[in-house]
Each structure stands twice: as C-alpha cells, then as structure tokens.
Design a protein around this ligand. Sequence first.
Ligand code: AKG
Ligand code: FE2
Length: 358
Amino acid sequence: MEEEKMGWGSSLSVPSIQEILRNDSISVPERFIQEEKDRPQLVSENLPDSPEIPVIDFSLLAKGDEDERRKLDLACKEWGFFQISNHGIEKEVLHQMKIAVSTFFQLPLEEKNKFAMAENDIQGFGQAYVVSEEQKLDWNDMIYLKTLPSEIRNFKFWPLTCPGFKEAVDKYSTEVQNVAAEIYANLSILMGLGREGLKELQGEIKQGIRMSIYPSCSRPDLVLGISPHSDGSALTLLLQDDEITALQIKHKESWVNVKPIPDSLVVNVGDAIEILSNGVYKSIEHRAITNEKKDRISIAAFVFPDEEQEIGPLESMVDELHCPRRYRKIKYVDYIRQIMAMKMEGKAHTDIVKLEIK
Ligand SMILES: O=C(O)CCC(=O)C(=O)O
Ligand SMILES: [Fe+2]
C-alpha cells in the first residue's frame, strides 16, 4: 500500500552510459546524439562572458537581514537561480557526500542494478522522463532517492553494499533541509506570509535527492549531460563539482554558465514556488553539458510540498488588476505524476497548470 502511494510514475529503462563507455569510450551511440538545434555551444567557444548569477550570504539571511532578503527576492524574480555562501554545512559533510556518490557509481553494474527503479516509481538507479524509444538520451547515470521525512529513509533502495553511503546521505540531507527551510521561511515572508506561513499552509517540506554522474565524453559538442528542463520541486539545492563548469541556465533568452564557487550550493526556484508565487518567482530552464576530460558528479536535493497538498497561487500574490491568477490549483502529486509522464522539454510541462490570461 505504502509503496503504491509513493508511486510517482515510471520511465522506460535505459542503458547505463557508464557501462556503454566501459566497452567503447570513443563512439557516441546514436541515441545520445542531439538534434543539431539542441546541441550545446561549448564553454570555450562563443558563450559571452556572462553576467554572474547572484550570490546570497546565507548567514545574513538566517539572521533576518533585510538587505539580504531583498537580494533573495530579486534573485528569484530576475534569475530564478542563485548561489549561497556561508551556508554553514561543514566541508567534511559535503566531501563525504561526494565520495559516497562517486563510490556508488564505481560499483559494478550488477550491483547498481540491485537498486534499479521499480515499475511504478522513479526511486532508485535509472532515468526519469524517458517516455519513448525514439527520445534522445542524456549523458548521465543517476540514482534518485526520497530522503526525508525520515520515516521513508529506511527503504529497500539504500545501497547498503556501498560503504558509508547511507550515513553520508542521511547527514547531508538533514543539513541541506535546514538550509532549504530557512530559504523557504524567507520566501514565505517575501510572499506576504509570516516566516512559518508557507509551512502552515503546505505542511513540512519533503526531500528527494538525485545523484548523477556525467562521464567525460569524446564529443561534448554532440550530447547533453541533462536536457533543458525546469525542476518540479519547490526549491532545488545543488552540490556540484568545484572545478567543472557544466550547468547552464536560461537568462534573457541565452544560456549562461553557472561557474562553481567551491563549497557553495546552487539554489533554484522550482515549479511549485513559481506556482505559489503566481509567477513572480521564476522556475528557470537549465541544462548541463559534458566535457572531454573529466567525469562530473552532481547532487540535487529537491525539496517539495507534501504530495497530498494542493498548490496554487497564494492569495497574497494575486491581484486581479495587476497580477491576475496565472495558474490553476492542482494536487502536488497529480502535478508530479503528469510531468513525469512527459518528455521534459524546457518548461513546456508547466502548461498543464497555466491559465489563459485575458
Ligand atoms: O547536474 C547539474 O548541474 C544539474 C542537475 C539538474 O538540473 C537536476 O538534477 O535537476
Ligand atoms: Fe534540474
């Protein structure tokens, strides 16, 4: 029963890119070659020297600093993305998390397959959003786990054969949740509610973590590490490799690189906050590219509303004259199930909740 309740949908199973590369690390299989219009421009080529995405000092935010909160407001309106410094999560916790993930991906395939996604859920080792045999595949392998609330932590997908994995993920997800909760509380204030307003309306936020490996690729000009999409979460907090620039976001119609700041986290507004804020805060399209030299790991913690909650624009964000209602209400789990059943193409999936504006 419980499992059925947890089901968010399913995905066609896809070959492991790491396994393909183990047999032949030079050729790029047809299914991974993007249509010409979708291929990335490489970092070293002609992406303009992009404006830097905002950096928010988390320690100030946590102290209730109003200037910092205004910076957060602007970042969510104009960029939908920001990096946070001084988040207070110890370096060692970040380090152990990265080690756990790379150790997992070094396991032999048969070991990883023990945690393969079940029929009716996207949890485990595999891919989400693969809905047809013709669909181009992304150059990554990933494992997705729901990590919070803690009642669901002890489930069968924990790769217990991977030493230190559970401990590292437990620790990291708890810490990252505290950071997410503080940002959530600040957004709540900015949206005209009290600090606890969003939580009171929507319940505690939950968390799922997507851990990905993007192996180095002989032809990074032909493939995408992850295709353009926006996140279905409320917020996403991303821990990424300190040295490799790979994440790109859509800003004013162009792709902009998110240059890593060591030990900081990249945060983005997800669809749920876009909907709650009536479109004032933007859930921005993003993608990741690959490189020829080095495998890259990233860890995306998605925080999201309770599945049974309805999400829709907050009354405080709707003003019939200046800011009419832009989205219909939807139960969060129905939103997720519907978008999981689609191939992600940028932000097209958010159309399912958009209202016609007269
Ligand atoms: O690996 C990255 O930089 C992005 C990952 C991402 O966008 C996601 O998992 O939703
Ligand atoms: Fe994403």
